[in-house]
Design a binder for this molecule. Structure first.
Ligand code: PLP
Length: 379
């Protein structure tokens, strides 16, 4: 099998599993317990927090462990908006992950906020002029993702944060697809909160964190024993935190830069070869401002689902289509529609995402073959 679906999830790395193992077995203490097992768990949790903070250039107190990216996004969007007595306006973008969009919808429906959803250009980049107009004195929170999961486009989050801070609004960014794929430093970006997820990085599903600038007020979503400094109650998942920290350390750092360049080169070569073999195919997202392992292509005259099946059955390639299957529908995704693709073309989208350059080896010829087969069967 060739796995080209790394934006969906990744396997747990051996080093991550090894780091977690003691906290699932012998060192199974509850970090709140006052005996040696509790102390060991509490020390492991503190070390994991420091490791995540170091990778992000932040402080340990700024890291809140969560059960994944969806929870981190919800905690940021709802927690920051509800903690602020300031304006009732939230600004986000139309290409956000549902974890952000649905959290905004909830605030609109049940808490009287108004939500402005910024549009994007055909490259998937949010419109900065629209952001300038939309982010006003009444804006409490701006939430714009760092890298898009469907088309890989990297957003100008630093510029958006500067606009927001001029009027005193807080800024959250969903960096679930960015951490490990590009350097991510919340303070340098100027954001107040940043979400990450472990399973995109070789840590288990259900691990994640919210980086929250020290001093930012947050209304918790989960009430209870006051763990995570009251920001997220519940006995801490020590093993998941240790696993997340290990994965974040292994996936970040300047020494990863050469691998990212090699990955981007392999991705570009893959796209070039596919487009040479299938001249009517179309790369979606920004040509340059995109995460390195990400290629999302449309193949007019096919259906994304049919190409997906042909790739898996005939070539052993596993990847994603662009339809909103998550919701159990085969409607084309909102993101693809937002970048201006018409319904028929959007339905032909296939997403190829890799974590290492070798994953793309030989894949282009298989894609050309699979698409040609599907098209000949359709014709
Ligand atoms: N945000 C983005 C951009 C994502 O791609 C994902 C997962 O696909 C999430 C949030 C949700 O993260 P999790 O699966 O850890 O809940």
């Amino acid at each position: 099998m060739r796995f080209l679906d790394a934006a969906a999830t990744t396997p747990v790395r051996r080093e991550v599993l090894e780091a977690m193992w003691p906290y699932l077995t012998g060192e199974f203490g509850n970090p709140s317990s006052h005996h040696h097992l509790g102390d060991a768990a509490s020390r492991a949790l503190a070390a994991a927090r420091t490791e995540v903070a170091d990778a992000l250039g932040g402080r340990p107190v700024e890291v809140v462990f969560t059960a994944g990216g969806t929870e981190a996004d919800n905690l940021a969007v709802k927690g920051l908006a509800l903690a602020r007595p300031r304006g009732r306006r939230i600004v986000t973008s139309v290409v956000e992950h549902p974890a952000v969009l649905e959290a905004c919808d909830y605030l609109e429906r049940f808490h009287g906020f108004t939500v402005h959803r910024l549009g994007v250009g055909s490259d998937g980049v949010v419109d900065l002029a629209e952001a300038e107009d939309a982010i006003d004195e009444d804006t409490t929170l701006v939430s714009v993702m760092l890298a898009n999961n469907e088309i890989g486009t990297v957003q100008p989050v630093g510029e958006i944060a500067a606009i927001a801070h001029r009027v005193g609004a807080l800024v959250h960014t969903d960096a679930v697809q960015a951490v490990g794929a590009m350097p991510v430093h919340p303070a340098a970006l100027g954001v107040d909160a940043l979400s990450l997820s472990g399973h995109k990085l070789g840590a288990p599903k259900g691990s994640g964190a919210l980086w929250l600038r020290r001093g930012a007020a947050l209304e918790p979503l989960v009430h209870g024993g006051g763990q995570e400094r009251g920001r997220r109650s519940g006995t801490e998942n020590v093993a998941a935190a240790v696993g997340l920290a290990t994965a974040v350390r292994l996936a970040t750092g300047p020494e990863r830069e050469a691998e990212r360049t090699a990955l981007a080169d392999a991705r570009d070569a893959f796209v070039r070869e596919v487009l040479a073999g299938l001249p009517e195919a179309l790369l979606t997202g920004h040509p340059v401002r995109r995460v390195p392992g990400h290629a999302s292509l449309c193949f007019p005259g096919t259906s994304g689902e049919a190409v997906l099946l042909a790739l898996e059955h005939d070539h052993g390639i596993v990847c994603s289509s662009g339809s909103a299957c998550a919701a159990g529908s085969d409607d084309p995704s909102d993101v693809l529609r937002a970048i201006g693709l018409d319904r028929e073309v959007a339905q032909t989208a296939v997403r190829f995402t890799a974590r290492s350059a070798e994953d793309f080896d030989g894949a282009a010829a298989d894609v050309v073959h699979a698409v040609t087969t599907v098209r000949s069967l359709a014709g």
